[in-house]
Design a protein around this ligand. Structure first.
Ligand code: CU
Ligand code: ZN
Length: 177
């Protein structure tokens, strides 16, 4: 009798476990995050979140420790921030072999987010819904890196926007929805 009850409890617990696992798979990845760390010689920090919304992915970035003004802001190809200057992250994330461009045009790297603009205290807030990037599938941004640059992205110089050195880097990972 006691064994019978135990069996039912264990079976019910397993069923719930399997069920919630399936539910998570069905929803897919709906949120991602990158925590930015400074490259050598800088003191930049911040967080970038990516949330699936109607019409694309909402990007929200809060970054501190910048010089006032505009700073190039991109996803780069490799999720590798290990080099002191973050050059290990490679070039701009560009799965469709497009030229570099502005974020609001169709001719751009998938990773082209334009610029962050820091105020006098060195803080920048960026918020935009992007219709090019994706959190799932072959072109998913998960596992790639977010980079913030020293200088502004002029949105036209190939293939980098002439944004200069990399001041912060963070790898994009799956976040709790
Ligand atoms: Cu960049
Ligand atoms: Zn680019």
């Amino acid at each position: 009798m006691r064994t019978g009850i135990l069996f039912v409890v264990v079976a019910a617990a397993l069923a719930v476990g399997i069920d919630s696992g399936r539910a998570a798979d069905d929803a897919g990845v709906t949120k991602a995050v990158a925590v930015l760390s400074s490259t050598k010689g800088h003191d930049v920090s911040g967080t970038v979140t990516f949330t699936k919304v109607e019409g694309g992915v909402k990007i929200v970035a809060d970054v501190a420790g910048l010089t006032p003004g505009k700073h190039g802001f991109h996803i780069h190809e490799f999720g590798d921030c290990s080099a002191p200057d973050a050059m290990s992250a490679g070039g701009h994330f560009n799965p469709h072999h497009m030229p570099h461009g502005a974020p609001d045009t169709s001719v751009r790297h998938a990773g082209d987010f334009g610029n962050l603009e820091a105020d006098e205290s060195g803080k920048a807030h960026y918020e935009r819904v992007d219709s090019v990037i994706s959190l799932e599938g072959a072109d998913s941004i998960i596992g790639h890196a977010v980079i913030v640059h020293e200088k502004l992205d002029d949105l036209k110089t190939q293939p980098t926007g002439n944004a200069g050195a990399r001041v912060a880097c963070g790898v994009i990972g799956v976040a709790k929805p």
